[in-house]
Design a protein around this ligand. Structure first.
Ligand SMILES: [Zn+2]
Length: 126
């Protein structure tokens, strides 16, 4: 079980940008573009961070910046993590343990469909 946090954590360390990191960042940016199909989003700054023990991603509330760990990109349901962090970063959404997208803990085998993520984000944006 892995926590996602909504505040910037001083323990995260931004990864040095290289081809691999650029490719990972591209995956995150592609998912942000996909989210734009259902909600209008401002320009969002994406940072890829080194792995963190308990965190997959984080966002600064209402500040249009999000951090995603390398581990989240390689091993987890990245779409759900990116949409979750967008909800924090852009819409200031809080955790909601009854919402599969906005709950604070995400298991490694949990998958949410694209349709589910888009619908949940649309509801949050209202
Ligand atoms: Zn969160």
């Amino acid at each position: 079980m892995i926590k996602t946090k909504r505040t910037e954590n001083s323990k995260t360390q931004n990864s040095k940008m290289n081809d691999h990191i650029y490719r990972l960042r591209r995956e995150v940016i592609d998912l942000i573009y996909e989210a734009r199909d259902v909600v209008s989003l401002p320009r969002i700054t994406v940072r890829i961070t080194e792995n963190h023990e308990t965190m997959l991603g984080c966002a600064r509330m209402n500040d249009n910046i999000l951090w995603i760990t390398r581990r989240a990109i390689s091993a987890y349901d990245l779409r759900a993590i990116v949409y979750h962090e967008i909800a924090h970063a852009v819409f200031g959404a809080e955790h909601n343990e009854s919402c599969p997208l906005m709950k604070s803990i995400r298991g490694k085998d949990e998958k949410l469909s694209k349709e589910f993520c888009q619908k949940a984000l649309r509801n949050i944006a209202k």
